[in-house]
Design a protein around this ligand. Structure first.
Ligand code: FAQ
Length: 324
């Protein structure tokens, strides 16, 4: 256990050494612990972007709640979308423990300073897309988030445990939609194939750029904010998806895919990185629409925030009066 006493006069280099020793010993960093400013800033960046992704990620699926093909499907999709809102809220709260307010994070999102997952800038055109999102997008998110359950920052690691449980349910509901479509009429099967074709490559982009291009990976791995690299997680996802596509009886969208006996992994075709950078820099199909919708919803909710603030103030005043 690394628990050497830290005082106001402990030199910065010694603080950094103790901090890294704690991380190396797999101990969690908690909000009141000393941490290098770059660790704090990097976490604020990643965690807030993760929170924004959950919240913006409600829009593509929210688009289909009223059009789901049965009452049961509506109820399931509604519940899934609500779960994503919950994930956003845990993550905003966990990020606030690092000393940034929710309002500051929202401003960063709405002004384009903070990113959110590229995948949510693709339009949802058919019911098959609800299957593909649950199966592939939540599936990719789980791959990443399972490893984040071991991230070094305590509040982030703990929030991931519950989020992963819920994402597993989301992944299964998506795959179940795909099973029904892929084993349905020829038109339904074609719809499933089309959704798979459109969502497969953007799902691979969710893991971020290649390790050699990843600006934050080296430091995030050293500090154990990230436990596996972008390419390793992407490979895991590629490998696990092959048998799932086979089971559906659909064609794999990657024509260059082939098993590499030596590596024990599938080799895959090239990702279109120009498309990835274009989307994360604001030029995807739906970037503007997603942010405009967020701004409108946020403005429409002002009265709720004002009412909550007024209620809290009244409660504090009543408590102060009673205590006097
Ligand atoms: N999209 O140096 P790296 C979900 C940016 S949750 C947009 O490799 P890092 C649930 C990156 O931010 C999905 N931007 O960065 C759900 C950085 O830019 P910056 C979200 C991306 O942080 C399902 C720059 O590129 N999950 O889907 C993307 O070390 C269905 C350089 O990249 C998480 O956020 C991208 N795909 O690694 C909800 C998981 N990739 O900040 C609703 C936590 C990279 O310098 C419906 N996050 N960028 O301006 C992570 O694990 C990491 O942040 C990575 C990126 C792996 C995403």
């Amino acid at each position: 256990m690394v628990n050497k006493m830290i005082t106001n006069t402990t030199p910065e280099t010694e603080l950094e050494r103790l901090f890294q020793a704690k991380i190396d010993a797999e101990q969690k960093i908690e909000p009141k612990d000393w941490m290098p400013d770059a660790y704090r800033q990097n976490l604020i960046r990643q965690m807030s972007q993760h929170a924004h992704s959950e919240v913006i990620g409600m829009q593509p699926e929210g688009n289909w709640i009223t059009r789901a093909p049965s009452l049961r499907r509506k109820a399931v999709l509604l519940s899934k979308v609500q779960d994503e809102a919950g994930h956003g809220l845990y993550l905003y709260s966990a990020t606030e423990t690092l000393g940034i307010s929710r309002a500051e994070m929202i401003t960063a999102l709405q002004t384009g300073t903070a990113k959110y997952a590229s995948i949510f800038n693709y339009p949802t055109q058919t019911w098959g897309d609800m299957g593909a999102i649950g199966w592939l997008v939540d599936g990719a998110a789980i791959c990443n988030q399972v490893s984040l359950q071991r991230t070094s920052y305590g509040p982030y690691a703990r929030s991931m445990i519950r989020i992963c449980k819920e994402e597993s349910f989301h992944q299964r509901q998506g795959y179940q939609i795909m099973i029904e479509l892929a084993h349905g009429t020829p038109a339904q099967k074609a719809m499933a194939q089309d959704s798979l074709n459109r969502f497969y490559w953007p799902s691979l982009m969710m893991f971020g750029p290649h390790d050699s291009e990843s600006a934050h990976s080296a430091r995030s791995m050293k500090w154990k904010i990230k436990r596996e690299t972008n390419d390793d997680l992407r490979q895991k996802f590629i490998d696990q998806t092959v048998s799932q596509i086979n089971y559906l009886g659909l064609e794999h969208p990657d024509k260059a895919l082939e098993w590499n006996e030596e590596r024990g992994h599938y080799n895959s075709g090239d990702i279109d990185w120009d498309e990835f950078y274009s989307v994360i820099n604001g030029n995807g199909h739906c970037n503007r629409q997603r942010i405009q919708h967020h701004v409108k919803a946020h403005e429409d909710g002002i009265w709720v925030r004002e009412a909550t603030a007024a209620y809290n103030l009244k409660k504090e005043q009543r408590l102060a009066r009673d205590a006097a």
